[in-house]
Design a protein around this ligand. Structure first.
Ligand code: C2E
Ligand code: CA
Ligand code: CA
Ligand code: CA
Length: 278
């Protein structure tokens, strides 16, 4: 029992102890999971204003033998802390690139781009550029069909180095998207120097775009900013026709969200690509 009185330092917190051991159990499980193929990718369509599928975003899932499906919101942060994001990220990239190659021979699917989320920790790894080029080489995927989604947290330090790495990949044709745009620290002066192709409007602004005038203003401003920088823009988390109509009216040309499709297994995509979504 804790006797935490005046001037007493309490070193042992049972709650914290539990959290720490749960975390290391999950870390051990994650190493196993990589070896035993418990991760899989789902793909969520990105569509244009007519509902035609332009590409997909790869989203990782962990099917844990005891705990069932664990959300990436839960295990990605831990993977980042432990460094497991490096092998996991490599697996995601490789799987997504193999998927691109398997679609290349299907006239319905061959035009699709695949977006892969890359965490700051992965991108900062000194071997990152070589690793991506190696995966492209090994799989034979076309670099122009691969988009890497980065977040603003990457820009907290060493921006010169980030730009240099992005440029090396961009020269090979790889595209870059700035994910969750507007939620993080972001300097507008960096924005114009980064070799980006696209901004993604975070779903937190899309959710209340019809009812919250501030969110409406932010969404419009991001669309205008993207346009003036020559970038494309994707709205995330679009769930209603009203949200889409507002965004479309304000110049947004690409959309992602449950209105069109939830993230689905690769086998389900050919069934979705043939007719307009939403
Ligand atoms: P994100 O990159 O912002 O991905 C979008 C998230 O929004 C996904 O959650 C997606 O399922 C969800 N979503 C899509 N449409 C809607 C909608 O209309 N409404 C709502 N409420 N949600 C929608 P998910 O798959 O759980 O992924 C959560 C986050 O985990 C991702 O956020 C991303 O930051 C991270 N993540 C997922 N896969 C990977 C990966 O392979 N590598 C890395 N580094 N991070 C990943
Ligand atoms: Ca993303
Ligand atoms: Ca996002
Ligand atoms: Ca997010």
């Amino acid at each position: 029992a804790k006797a935490a009185g005046r001037n007493t330092l309490c070193f042992f917190d049972p709650g914290m102890q539990e959290a720490v051991s749960a975390r290391s159990a999950m870390e051990a499980d994650m190493r196993q999971a990589l070896q035993h193929g418990q991760f899989r990718l789902l793909y969520q369509p990105v569509v244009n204003g007519q509902g035609r599928m332009l590409g997909v975003e790869a989203l990782v899932r962990w099917n844990h033998p005891q705990r069932g499906n664990i959300s990436p919101a839960e295990f990605i942060p831990l993977a980042e802390k432990t460094g497991l994001i490096l092998p996991l990220g490599r697996w995601v990239l490789q799987t997504a690139c193999r998927q691109l190659v398997s679609w290349a021979s299907d006239p319905l699917m061959a035009h699709l781009t695949v977006a892969v989320n890359v965490s700051a920790r992965e991108f900062r790894d000194p071997g990152f550029v070589e690793a991506v080029l190696a995966v492209l080489e090994a799989t034979g995927a076309r670099p122009t069909q691969l988009k890497l989604e980065l977040t603003e947290s990457l820009l907290l330090n060493d921006v010169e180095d980030i730009i240099a790495k992005m440029t090396r990949l961009q020269m090979r044709g790889v595209g870059f998207s700035l994910d969750d745009f507007g939620t993080g620290y972001s300097s507008l002066s960096y924005l114009k120097r980064l070799p980006l192709d696209q901004l993604k409007i975070d779903q937190s602004f899309v959710r209340d775009v019809l009812t919250d005038p501030n969110d409406a203003t932010i969404a419009r401003t991001i669309i205008a900013l993207a346009s003036s920088l020559g970038l494309s823009v994707v709205a995330e988390g679009v769930e209603t026709v009203g949200q889409r109509a507002f965004l479309l009216r304000n110049g947004c040309e690409a959309f992602q969200g449950y209105l069109f499709s939830r993230p689905v297994a690769a086998v389900a995509l050919p069934g979705l690509v043939a007719s307009p979504l939403g």
